[in-house]
Design a protein around this ligand. Structure first.
Ligand code: SAH
Ligand code: SF4
Ligand code: F3S
Length: 436
């Protein structure tokens, strides 16, 4: 009998990709995905602990599924991801009806864990991070137009606010031969765009003189016949080398977009965050990127309300936004994460001040994003068509090389195709145009 799995994912693209890997493994065990948890035989919650908000959301949804399981005791309930890794057995104490808890390093054990549960085992807990990347285990994949490829896991940076090095462990890079083989196999099955994933991709294979550097890996991937586009995320400003900046000018398949989180505009705050660069160094990188590729799209992450952030520090963050004019920005309120260095400092920016700063920042960025989107009106952009637009069945949706969403009238036979679209309207979150 076919069994159904419902999976809810929180957090970053690494977590989204982990969920895809879980689904691929479950497919091999006879499961099919459903979007309705009410009909699922197996419910998985893939959690994130990077900030208080996603963590709370995961707890609240787990509470709901625990109540659901009281009515339907045969439903299997499992929790994965970074909260699972962090809490381990404590998760089982908080949610006694959980069947299993497993961390991001144990994804390939999922079929085994399920077999144990089906044999009647209760409260299984598998956390712990392996030395080698867990992606070493090849997984079956379905055809994907845009595919994530993990190139490294973990992080060694220990930014003072960040939980990721604790929940994802030390930096481990995947062998380039395996990365290239995986991409070749994906391309054979129809993939046109790859998104290389890692918490800090530009320190790929750092310290390993026998391995390719990140820019060289990109150059090799660029040679793969049939692949149209390459993206990567996330890059750290302290490891952005001249060689990598140059790659944007040299490699025709590398999309003109970089996600380069800056976190704060004030040097005092950056220093306390342990980011390893100054405001001036960050701005110099932006200038250099734009010298090499004038149209490059730059997006970033930033946070407000870090311990000790005063009005002047915040003004510097606002000033940096105005100076750079990011194409897009993810902004967050700082929340203390247990076990990190910053959690020992007083969380002294009052919640209402954090909220106000976030609103000011988002208001400014909204105006910048619209302005930049409008500047594209009249331009012809290359768009990789993904499928029907969310708003209308007469319209198709795709992404430009700069990563903006583009909607345009067209039929479903364009799905998967690269087309040229003349932009007619720049909107707050997307562009509209006509086939050119
Ligand atoms: N590896 C990426 C970050 C991944 S986490 C990098 O170094 O850029 C995604 C974003 O969450 C971070 O860029 C940061 O802006 C935010 N973040 C991380 N920890 C946080 C915390 N304790 N409070 C608020 N935001 C946080
Ligand atoms: Fe966290 Fe810093 Fe590592 Fe990014 S680079 S994952 S923010 S510790
Ligand atoms: Fe969250 Fe873990 Fe990603 S903490 S941001 S899901 S690495």
């Amino acid at each position: 009998m076919e069994r159904l799995v419902y999976i809810k994912t929180f957090g970053c693209q690494m977590n989204e990709h982990d969920s895809e890997r879980m689904l691929a493994l479950l497919k091999g065990c006879g499961y099919r995905e459903t979007q309705r948890y009410e009909e699922a035989h197996l419910i998985l919650v893939n959690t994130c602990s990077v900030r208080a908000k996603p963590e709370q959301k995961a707890y609240s949804i787990l509470g709901r599924f625990q109540r659901f399981k009281m009515e339907r005791p045969n439903v299997i309930l499992g929790v994965a991801g970074c909260v699972a890794q962090q809490e381990g057995e404590r998760m089982l104490a908080k949610f006694p009806s959980l069947d299993f808890v497993f961390g991001p390093g144990k994804i390939h054990h999922l079929p085994e864990i399920l077999r144990e549960v089906e044999r009647g085992q209760k409260g299984l807990c598998e956390v712990g991070l392996e030395d080698r990347p867990s992606t070493d285990v090849p997984l079956p994949r379905t055809r994907q137009l845009r595919a994530y490829v993990t190139i490294m896991e973990g992080c060694d940076n220990f930014c003072s606010y960040c939980i990721i090095p604790y929940v994802r462990g030390r930096e481990r890079s995947c062998p380039s031969s395996e990365i290239l083989a995986e991409i070749e196999a994906l391309v054979e099955r129809g993939t046109k765009e790859v998104i290389l994933l890692g918490q800090n991709v530009n320190s790929y294979a750092e310290g390993d003189s026998d391995e390719l550097t990140f820019p060289r890996l990109l150059a090799k991937i660029n040679e793969i016949q049939g692949l149209e586009r390459i993206r990567f995320t996330t890059s750290h400003p302290k490891d952005l080398t001249e060689e990598l900046i140059g790659a944007f000018g040299r490699l025709n398949r590398l999309c003109e977009h970089i996600h380069l989180p800056f976190q704060a505009g004030s040097n005092v705050v950056l220093e306390k965050m342990g980011r390893g660069y100054t405001r001036e160094e960050y701005l110099a990188e932006v200038r250099r990127l734009r010298e090499v590729v004038p149209c490059i799209s730059i997006t970033a992450d930033v946070m407000v309300g870090f311990p000790g952030e005063g009005g002047e520090d915040f003004a510097q963050t606002m000033g940096l936004l105005r100076e750079v004019e990011f194409d897009g920005l993810f902004s967050f309120k700082y929340s203390a994460r247990k076990g990190t260095k910053a959690a020992r400092w007083k969380d002294d920016v009052p919640p209402e001040v954090k909220q106000r700063r976030l609103e000011l920042l988002q208001e400014l960025q909204r105006a910048i994003t619209i302005k930049k989107n409008r500047e594209l009106e009249g331009e012809v952009l290359e768009v990789l068509t993904e499928g029907s637009s969310r708003n209308s069945s007469q319209e198709m949706m795709g992404r430009a090389r700069c990563n903006r969403i583009v909607n345009f009238p067209g039929g479903s036979k364009l799905a998967g195709e690269l087309v040229r679209v003349k932009i007619e309207e720049g909107l707050p979150n997307s562009l509209r145009g006509e086939l050119f």
